[in-house]
Design a protein around this ligand. Structure first.
Ligand code: SAH
Ligand code: DHB
Ligand code: MG
Length: 221
């Protein structure tokens, strides 16, 4: 396709608007060093998340799927000094690398990294009466996206922005006969989102340095 062009243009936009400093570059390097896949958001997507956080004046952020905390660090830089991010990572190896990157970024106080399954942490936050979040980024395993979103709604308030990564999967969502559980998960999620009266939502296709995909964006009514 035009992947090469999309990559070059993404770099052009990144050079203008989303330059990485040492902390972000070292976070990307830490993935290779620890043999963890390079599936973080791109710099331009990190900047996009920052803009979304600023647009809703986010102070309290929830993230499902930390990996090495690349997206987390972008977001932590866009919330006020008294803001807080809870980020959830299931894989202890990823969490260990993330924890180091968070410390290097100077955000050990601002970012609360929870090692555990997203479903368990969501249920625990709900049962403990955790205050609502202003912004929620769903980027963990894809099959239970629908369930994550329903639980996330219980931790939201009118105006909360919820963004869900990877809901287009190179266009594989068009294949009604797919057997890929991750694609089936986001197909089911997209359908639920479209029919959900509790939110106003759409999907933006994402092209650029990484494989063609999309982000769902929902604002809680
Ligand atoms: N948000 C990150 C990328 C996340 S990649 C960034 O852009 O930098 C997806 C992460 O979700 C992986 O680290 C994976 O281990 C984690 N994950 C997978 N299943 C999970 C689950 N059930 N609960 C929490 N995290 C999970
Ligand atoms: C995968 C997960 C992601 O969150 C992503 O943005 C890209 C790929 C994956 O599990 O392959
Ligand atoms: Mg993702």
């Amino acid at each position: 396709m035009n992947q090469q062009l999309f990559e070059k243009v993404d770099q052009y936009i990144g050079n203008l608007f989303a330059q990485e400093d040492n902390v972000l570059q070292e976070t990307i390097q830490s993935l290779d060093d620890a043999s963890i896949p390079q599936i973080s958001v791109t710099p331009t997507q990190g900047k996009f998340l920052q803009l979304m956080l600023l647009s809703c004046k986010a102070k309290r952020v929830l993230e499902l799927g930390t990996l090495a905390a690349y997206s987390t660090i972008w977001m932590a830089r866009s919330i006020p000094a008294d803001g807080k991010i809870i980020t959830v990572e299931f894989d202890p190896h990823h969490a260990q690398v993330a924890s180091r990157n968070i410390a290097k970024a100077g955000f050990s106080d601002k970012i609360d990294l929870r090692t555990g399954k997203a479903m368990d942490v969501l249920n625990e936050l709900i049962s403990k009466g955790e205050e609502a979040f202003d912004f929620i980024f769903i980027d963990a395993d894809k099959p239970p996206y629908t369930e994550y979103f329903e639980l996330a709604l219980q931790l939201s308030h009118p105006g909360t922005i919820i963004i869900c990564d990877n809901v287009i999967r190179e266009g594989k969502v068009l294949d009604e006969n797919t057997t890929d559980e991750r694609v089936k998960g986001v197909q089911r999620f997209n359908q639920m989102l479209a029919n959900n009266p509790k939110v106003t939502a759409t999907i933006m296709q994402t092209v650029g340095a990484k494989e063609y995909d999309g982000m769902a964006i929902a604002i809680v009514n």
